[in-house]
Design a protein around this ligand. Structure first.
Ligand code: SAH
Length: 255
């Protein structure tokens, strides 16, 4: 069967470097026994993943041509043909699971928001993103890429930037550099504040990231009367996860 022809609208950039593929798969901790790969394409990661012992392994791939290729090359592999963003994950696994992939870059943020929503089931994520997105997730306060996803994911996951990947190891090469990151679920079960309000506060703060929190939060209609001046004079990118929790608690106390 012929190679899959890369389709731009599906974010297809096939990894051609076996050493990097192996390195990504080896970054998944050995105690992850339920694993979902998003966007296997022509199986460059899959072929190493199926070798993992005692692993309940599934892949989800939206591209019919890649699905046919996978059926042909890995007849026993469980391939779900469809969109990861619409997949009913709770029907797939009945316990915690890990997610891995060289992800389609056009839906990186949506994948990460989904990980946040499923934070009580996702134990680990190892994945390749465009470098800027990887940095955004991995950075701490003060950095210009620190943003909504850094705070939301940082509250529930320990994030590590593993390594940078050059565009020339892909076919076709993407326009930007890539990077592999790992997110490991921490032991926080609930934040010490209203979690929905926390998300609202973080989003409101960063949606107008150049403004002070006073302006950003006020224009989002949040009650800031009890928030100390010192905090209101800052910008969202200066606040750590814990400071966002404290801020949310203060806003909550005024509702
Ligand atoms: N893992 C392969 C392919 C990476 S390219 C490799 O490293 O070579 C990204 C892959 O994600 C493509 O195969 C693309 O078809 C698939 N994809 C794109 N959008 C998707 C979606 N919404 N759900 C599942 N797979 C998707």
């Amino acid at each position: 069967m012929n190679e899959v022809k890369a389709k731009k609208f599906l974010g297809q950039h096939f990894l051609t470097d076996e050493t990097i593929a192996r390195r990504i798969v080896d970054s998944l901790s050995p105690d992850s026994h339920r694993v979902l790969e998003i966007g296997p394409g022509m199986g460059v990661l899959t072929k190493y993943l199926i070798e993992r012992p005692d692993t309940d392994f599934h892949v989800v791939e939206i591209d019919r041509e890649s699905v046919a290729w996978l059926h042909d090359h890995y007849p026993t592999l469980h391939v779900i043909e469809g969109d990861f963003l619409k997949l009913d994950l709770s029907a797939l696994f009945h316990d915690h699971y890990a997610i891995i992939g060289n992800f389609p870059y056009n839906i990186s943020s949506q994948i990460l928001f989904r990980v946040f929503e499923c934070r009580n089931e996702v134990s680990e994520v190892v994945g390749m993103f465009q470098k800027e997105v990887a940095e955004r997730v991995a950075e701490g306060p003060g950095s210009k890429t620190y943003g909504i996803l850094s705070v939301l994911l940082g509250a529930f996951f320990d994030v590590e930037y593993l390594f940078t990947v050059h565009e020339h190891v892909f076919n076709p090469p993407p326009k930007v550099k890539s990077a592999v990151i790992r997110l490991k679920r921490n032991d926080v079960t609930h934040l010490d504040c209203d979690e929905q309000l926390f998300v609202q506060v973080v989003k409101a703060g960063f949606n107008q990231r150049r403004k002070t929190l006073r302006n950003a939060l006020r224009s989002a209609g949040l009650a800031i009367d009890a928030v100390p001046e010192e905090t209101l004079a800052k910008r969202a990118e200066q606040l750590s996860v814990d400071e966002f929790i404290t801020l949310t608690k203060t806003i909550e106390s005024c509702i």
